[in-house]
Design a protein around this ligand. Structure first.
Ligand code: UDP
Ligand code: UDP
Ligand code: UDP
Length: 469
């Protein structure tokens, strides 16, 4: 830490390359902002066209607030439908387009186009295998940023071994053994991983195989939160070919121009810790039947709520119906004095920091988990897809929240209003849980504070890159 600003050495110039979706872009922008505060030069590579409107608007507002950032607006080659049956998820197809286009990136990053020359590339796990040769050609270190939990990272890293022995993910197994970790129930494994030909599986396997070539894997987690998993992976017990896993989280939000949506003024007039915040992230649409049960549950719980409704995966499609057409006029009328339902983008970071928020019903997208951890808000975990059950295990184990495993994956089970109401009441009333969640918040702030575990890891990375220049 001591001599990063010595006059004979410049701080590093780092290229950041996120993939698709707000869950990937947001942590990269947070890293960008943190690097700027450490006087690094930052090049931000963004793939265009972006999938969601939220991504384009975050990119442009970030760039206009940080004009010193160099921007590479990277035109991708559209996805080829070579394997059209396994997924039609637009975010996921975009991972593939980006990977197929990366060879076009090299000239844009070469020393003749970058001044000062690049010191390193930090790229998303979802594009790691295609970035590795670009970094090698440029002769610079290559770090992966994993936007999920260390626990999911371990499963991803070990996935090539699992798919090579298909019985281990087959219907006869009840749990999956990964060396060094407690066995993972088969029910928590992302369903697409059971199909070796699913695009999600193929993508993770390809990128996992490239991990042995990278200099380090940066994660938005912290030592205290995933201590055992971190120790297992960094002692080589999972795979001895893996580079160091480097937790630098929970990442701090960066300054944005606050939108003072009507929900914030409503929150301002609510008692402390009285409101449950309900949101399932940026890309999870809920079925109409499940929305109806959720509305019953919130009403039955008797608690105040702020609920972000989403009926389409991509925000551009999300404007068709109004809130009242979805939840009904009478629901709005009956809950008028104690609940707000909104559609569209909200400032989640601001909501979670608000003193009126006392609980968080959420899908366990890893960014949401780390945001709740920073503030110590107790959660009801309701994982819907992908990595979210492994993230929910982390939440439960840390004491940050409760998880009803019988709720299954998003589309698997219709969870009744009664069950939802009961969980909401529990998270709002369980004093022991609230104390535990506060402790998580304290540990999170300690990790990123001066001499905290995450702060030290970051300074070590910067020190190393400075020396490599
Ligand atoms: N988010 C937000 N407003 C919204 C929806 C999402 O600010 O209306 C943010 C949220 O705070 C988080 C990110 O978008 O930083 C979503 O990432 P996460 O990993 O939680 O879930 P995903 O959207 O990838 O499923
Ligand atoms: N999916 C999504 N958000 C995610 C992860 C997955 O919308 O964070 C979508 C994606 O289209 C994927 C599909 O859900 O191909 C199926 O995912 P999965 O099999 O995990 O769950 P299911 O929806 O079948 O319950
Ligand atoms: N995913 C998907 N289809 C699936 C399962 C997962 O698109 O069937 C997504 C998943 O949501 C994520 C990506 O694949 O966007 C890879 O997972 P990662 O842990 O990198 O990110 P996260 O889940 O936090 O978005």
């Amino acid at each position: 830490m001591s001599n990063i600003n010595d006059s004979d050495v410049l701080p590093p110039h780092i290229a950041l390359f996120p993939s698709a979706g707000m869950g990937h872009l947001t942590p990269f922008l947070r890293v960008a902002s943190m690097l700027l505060s450490h006087h690094c030069t930052v090049t931000l590579i963004t793939a265009k066209p972006t999938v969601s409107a939220a991504e384009s608007s975050s990119i442009s507002s970030f760039l206009s607030q940080n004009p010193q950032v160099k921007h590479v607006d990277f035109q991708t080659i559209p996805f080829h439908h070579s394997n059209p049956t396994t997924t039609d998820d637009p975010f996921f197809l975009q991972f593939d387009s980006i990977s197929r286009s990366v060879h076009l990136l090299h000239p844009l990053l070469s020393s003749s186009s970058s001044s000062p020359p690049l010191s390193a590339i930090f790229a998303d796990l979802a594009v790691a295998s295609s970035i590795a040769p670009v970094a090698a050609e440029l002769g610079i270190p290559n770090y992966v940023i994993c936007t999920s939990s260390i626990k999911f990272l371990c499963l991803a890293a070990y996935l090539p071994v699992l798919v090579a022995a298909p019985a281990r993910l087959g219907s006869n197994s009840t749990e999956v053994n990964i060396p060094g970790l407690t066995p993972v129930p088969i029910s928590s494994i992302p369903p697409p991983f059971k199909d070796p030909d699913h695009l999600f599986t193929l993508t993770i396997v390809r990128n996992a195989k490239a991990l042995s070539e990278v200099n380090g894997i940066i994660v938005n987690s912290f030592d205290w939160l995933e201590q055992e998993t971190l120790a297992a992976v960094n002692s080589g017990r999972i795979l001895n070919s893996l580079p160091p896993v480097l937790p630098i989280g929970p990442l701090q939000p960066y300054e944005t121009k606050n939108d003072t949506g009507k929900y914030l003024s409503w929150l301002n007039s609510q008692p402390e810790e009285s409101v449950v915040y309900v949101s399932f992230g940026s890309r999870t649409a809920m079925s109409r039947d499940q929305i109806r049960e959720l509305s019953k549950g919130l009403e039955e719980s008797g608690y105040r709520f702020l609920w972000v409704l989403k009926t389409s995966k991509v925000d551009k499609d999300d404007h068709k119906d109004e809130v009242k057409d979805i939840v009904g006029d009478s629901f709005i009328e009956r809950t008028r004095n104690r609940g707000v339902v909104v559609k569209g983008w909200v400032s989640q970071e601001e909501i979670l920091q608000h003193p009126a928020i006392g609980g968080f019903l959420n899908h366990c997208g890893w960014n949401s988990v780390t945001e709740a951890a920073r503030r110590g808000v107790p959660m009801v975990a309701w994982p819907q897809h992908g990595d979210q059950m492994l993230n929910a295990e982390v939440v439960e184990k840390a004491g940050l929240g409760i998880w009803g495993k019988e709720w299954g994956w998003g589309a698997e089970v219709l969870v009744s209003g009664k069950e939802i109401g009961d969980k909401v009441k529990r998270v709002m009333e369980d004093e022991k849980l609230r104390v535990m969640a506060r402790k998580v918040g304290k540990e999170a702030r300690k990790a990123t504070g001066l001499d905290g575990s995450s702060e030290k890891v970051l300074m070590e990375i910067l020190e190393l890159l400075k020396q490599k220049r």
